[in-house]
Design a binder for this molecule. Structure first.
Ligand code: NAD
Ligand code: UDP
Length: 385
């Protein structure tokens, strides 16, 4: 049966230039596009470890529909040619781990703003559609976080729900270099929006709210640097695998809403295949029903990991650590992130499905299966690593 879009029109096969295709989100998006659609992907990245299973061998049903181009978009003249011969460009490339924002602010700003400029320019000049990945972090802190602790207004959604077209972007001072990422992402959003308004660029901006699942980041000392600090899912997975306490930064009081990567990818596919409904919009993509404090996340991950590994939790499952000790000078945090879903619901009829418990169960099953043996060996023979 022919595949149709949300308005009942047949979907034509397209060629997609996906920049950052070798990362966490890119790998899941490539998998989805290969297994469920007829589209072709020109996968651009400096690494391909997370999509190797899609590239080899030649006998795979989609071979010929995905090509890997190893290039750094900072300095490679092949980029424009790839964008020109595609119908759509999706830009995922970024430095996007909070441990880098205050310690490598220049790399962070260059990666999230300067390096994205040619991509926007080539799309605009060649009349190509662009789906650009921004972040929920552009909202910064909630208005409610500035109210007195005991103010009843803190319970009023008007003071914390994050809405694409009305919420302000509230960052800390320039000394708080944590905000270098959010600020660079905000400026590239504004530039893309202006290209749309002044030059007719056909764009969609995605603001992911803590998408998590298999293949996110790396496990320090196994498939990433021993001293590296990935995002919270990988930090806590690493602690659980090594039977160490999970570290709660500044008490673990910050709140997040986590969404299963597979639910989020459904939303991106709807954007890809429904340009008339997606173009010109900024979309929050998150799961407002999965809100927890970081402390609650640690407790739930500890319980789920016990279930999937069959090992009892350690005696002291969590410890407190200051942000200065964990991330260094210049760290700051978003207090609370609940996405408003009105726009994505209206335009694409999309809703997330998976509960936090269920998404942690499938993700930690993957982490245990993928890393438990390697961790055991690394602990037994530390010098080999
Ligand atoms: P990721 O780090 O796993 O993927 C990014 C990929 O881009 C990596 O494979 C990296 O090698 C590649 N890349 C970076 N610079 C490049 C360059 N100069 N040339 C070529 N390739 C380059 O991150 P992710 O979680 O998949 O995130 C993808 C996008 O979504 C990013 O823009 C990020 O800011 C945004 N985002 C993600 C989340 C989330 O929850 N995962 C949340 C907010 C925003
Ligand atoms: N965090 C933590 N312990 C860790 C790693 C992260 O308490 O080992 C906290 C971090 O301070 C933040 C939250 O977990 O409040 C989410 O961090 P993440 O790096 O996933 O990214 P963010 O949501 O801040 O962009």
């Amino acid at each position: 049966m022919a595949r149709v879009d949300l308005d009942g029109n047949a979907i034509k096969p397209m060629t997609i230039c996906m920049i950052g295709a070798g990362g966490f989100i890119g790998s899941h998006l490539c998998e989805k596009l290969m297994s469920e659609t007829p589209h072709t992907v020109l996968a651009v990245d400096v690494y391909n470890d997370k999509i190797k299973h899609l590239l080899e061998p030649d006998s795979l049903p989609w071979s010929g529909r995905i090509q890997f181009h190893r290039l750094n978009i900072k300095n490679d003249s092949r980029l424009e040619g790839l964008i020109k011969c595609s119908d759509l460009t999706i830009n995922l490339a970024a430095i996007c781990t909070p441990a880098d924002y205050n310690t490598r602010p220049l790399d962070t700003i260059y990666s999230n703003f300067i390096d994205a400029l040619p991509v926007v320019k080539y799309c605009s000049e060649n009349n190509k559609r662009l789906i650009h990945f921004s972040t929920c972090e552009v909202y910064g802190k909630t208005i409610g976080s500035f109210l007195p602790k005991d103010s009843p207004l803190r319970q009023d959604p008007a003071y914390y729900i994050l809405k694409e077209d009305t919420s302000p972007c509230i960052f800390g001072s320039v000394e708080k270099q944590r905000w270098s990422y959010a600020c660079a992402k905000q400026l590239i959003e504004r530039l893309i929006y202006a290209e749309g308004a002044e030059n007719g660029l056909e764009f969609t901006i995605v603001r992911p709210f803590n998408w998590i699942g298999p293949r996110m980041d790396f496990i320090p000392g196994i498939d990433g640097p021993s001293e590296g600090v990935p995002r919270v899912l990988a930090c806590f997975s690493n602690n659980l695998l090594r039977r160490e306490p999970l570290k709660l930064v500044d008490g673990g009081e910050s709140q997040r809403t986590f969404i299963y990567i597979k639910d989020a990818i459904e939303a991106v596919l709807l954007m890809i295949e429904n340009p008339a409904r997606a173009s010109g919009h900024i979309f929050n993509v998150g799961n407002p029903n999965n809100e927890v404090t970081v402390r609650q996340l640690a407790e739930m991950m500890t319980q789920v990991y016990s279930k999937v590994s069959g090992e009892d939790a350690i005696e002291t499952p969590t410890i407190d650590v200051s942000s200065k000790e964990f991330y260094g000078e210049g760290y700051d945090d978003s207090d609370k992130r609940i996405p408003d879903m009105t726009i994505i619901n209206k335009q694409l009829g999309w809703n997330p499905k998976t509960s936090l418990w269920d998404l942690l169960e499938s993700t930690l099953t993957y982490q245990h299966r993928t890393y438990a043996e390697a961790i055991k060996q690394a602990i037994a023979k530390p010098s080999a690593n």
